[in-house]
Ligand binder design. Sequence first.
Ligand code: 4NP
Length: 145
Amino acid sequence: MTSHILFVCLGNICRSPAAEGVMRKLSPELQIDSAGTSDWHVGETPYGPMRQAALQRQIDLSGLRARQLTITDFDRFDLILAMDRENLANIESLRPEGSETPVRLFADYAGLAGIRDVPDPYYTRDFDGVLDLIEAAAQGLLADL
Ligand code: 4NP
């Protein structure tokens, strides 16, 4: 059974904490966490504009703190979800020998033709658009578990 799910992006301050917050709210009984492939923002709260956009949807990200993905995450989680294809490649490059933990693109669960990556709102500044996509993917994921 898939019960431990890890969301991964680059900085762990925008997309993956938003996915963590959305998924926690949808399914409180699941064990959800998030991490970044980089160590750039370790220890920080999610990015302010993302926290604000999430709060408008009654999703409070203020208790989350960024951390970096580690190889032990492949043992601790049943499913690792990457926010984009670059994250996916970076996650795969850390995979320990013998680990069969599935690593998939989160946006695929939204079932939207041609959309495979969650765009990085740190650059696009479209925090609401990203939350819409994350909410659609989270619903699809929940139906798939
Ligand atoms: P995230 O967004 O990967 O969704 O957390 C980013 C946040 C910060 C940076 C890049 C992406 N940065 O370059 O600092």
